[in-house]
Design a protein around this ligand. Structure first.
Ligand code: OSB
Ligand code: MG
Length: 374
């Protein structure tokens, strides 16, 4: 496909509710979008980098120049036939996976439209609906958290994940388990604990958690493997997993029994599929993580979650939990039994609201292939 133009945008979008993790509070998102125009069609990608380099080394402000000065010009100079051609095109750029995923995922979207098939089918997905969970941030009080959980269970969500950190963990789990002994419950520390907390982490076993997500360092496998030996509860790695080799190392070392796959964190659909397949071949279940995405990133997460080994509910929930007005049409909705139906139309399955996007845009740049004169 000939790349006619790549349009980069930054949008400002306030969250309906602030989201607090062990590394900080997010109130407003600074969203980077890429629109790749090719032969009359537009493929869209969303950068999942945060406002600060807290979750990973990337942020909105690092991804912008990498996209504008490096990845955009590399892609515009090529005529990729498939989304899967992107890793090779971007190969000489190290790291910057969230920036790379922004463009690669837009090419997959374009390819699905050209083929006239749903993105989920192009990826090799097998599900017509996906199970959904929610990720609940740290709250000002346990009472407020209990009220939120009540609301999300009533809405139908199939798994509740609690963000945790030292001082917001066992007491919280105790109260939640006392009230709801049978619900599917997990926690996510975003690397908030250290080896000295090992005995404390072992005490989490009392709460029958589905998993403990990324308790230790964001770049670690070895100490997670030592911790997993002491825990009955499965460890799930999020931050540590960047590619297929990482997931192979983690499984081989026994660092985790479950894997969270995030499109941005692994660099796009190609690597996400490779991570999924490697885990599947070794009997390790995966689920799709979220990064407070708009409907564009959410549509991509939904399509990815249709692959066979996404057997656990993902952090993919309704647009309305995040946004007063999402930038896709229809917005993403979740049924009363906690599932999202996979749209059976070509491409990403949700229309992009270009007028709304234009109104929310605070900066915009267009990249075109250099025209060779002569
Ligand atoms: O670790 O899963 C995480 C949000 C921002 C950064 C990291 C994480 C999260 C979430 C939110 O848990 C998931 C969502 O999009 O609802
Ligand atoms: Mg996580």
């Amino acid at each position: 496909m000939k790349i006619d133009a790549i349009i980069l945008r930054e949008l400002r979008m306030p969250l309906v509710n602030p989201f607090e993790t062990s590394f900080g509070v997010t109130r407003e998102r600074r969203i980077l979008l890429a629109e790749v125009q090719s032969e009359g069609l537009s493929g869209w990608g969303e950068c999942t980098a945060g406002e600060h380099p807290y979750f990973s080394g990337e942020s909105t402000d690092t991804a912008w120049p990498i996209l504008l000065q490096e990845l955009g010009p590399l892609l515009a100079a090529e005529e990729p036939a498939h989304g899967g051609d992107c890793p090779k095109i971007f190969r000489r750029i190290r790291g910057n996976r969230m920036a790379k995923a922004t463009l690669e995922n837009a090419i997959w979207d374009l390819e699905a439209q050209r083929e006239g098939i749903p993105l989920a089918s192009l990826l090799g997905g097998v599900r017509t609906s996906i199970p959904c969970g929610v990720s609940l941030g740290i709250q000002p009080s346990i009472e407020e958290l209990l009220t939120l959980i009540e609301r999300e269970l009533a809405a139908g969500y199939l798994r509740i994940k609690l963000k945790c950190k030292p001082g917001w963990d066992v007491e919280v789990f105790e109260r939640v388990r006392h009230r709801w002994p049978g619900i599917v419950l997990s926690c996510d520390a975003n690397s908030a604990y250290r080896l000295g907390d090992a005995d404390h982490l072992v005490s989490f076993d009392a709460f029958d958690l589905l998993m403990i997500e990324q308790p230790l360092w964001s770049d670690d496998f070895f100490y997670h493997s030592m911790l997993q030996k002491r825990l009955e509860t499965p460890i799930c790695l999020d931050e540590s997993i960047h590619n297929r080799r990482d997931v192979l190392a983690a499984i081989e070392m026994g660092s985790c029994r479950i894997v969270n796959i995030k499109l941005g964190r692994v660099g796009g659909f190609s690597e996400a599929i490779a991570v999924h397949n490697a885990a599947q071949e070794r009997g390790i279940p995966v689920w799709c993580g979220g990064m407070l995405e708009t409907g564009i990133g959410r549509a991509h997460n939904i399509a990815l979650s249709t692959l066979e080994n996404f057997t656990l509910p993902g952090d993919i929930s309704a647009s309305a939990r995040y946004w007063a007005d999402d930038i896709v049409e229809p917005e993403v909705t979740v049924s009363s039994y906690g599932e999202i139906e996979i749209p059976d139309i070509p491409g990403r399955g949700y229309e992009v609201r270009t007028d709304l996007i234009e109104n929310l845009t605070v900066r915009k740049e267009t990249i075109r292939a250099l025209e060779l004169v002569g």
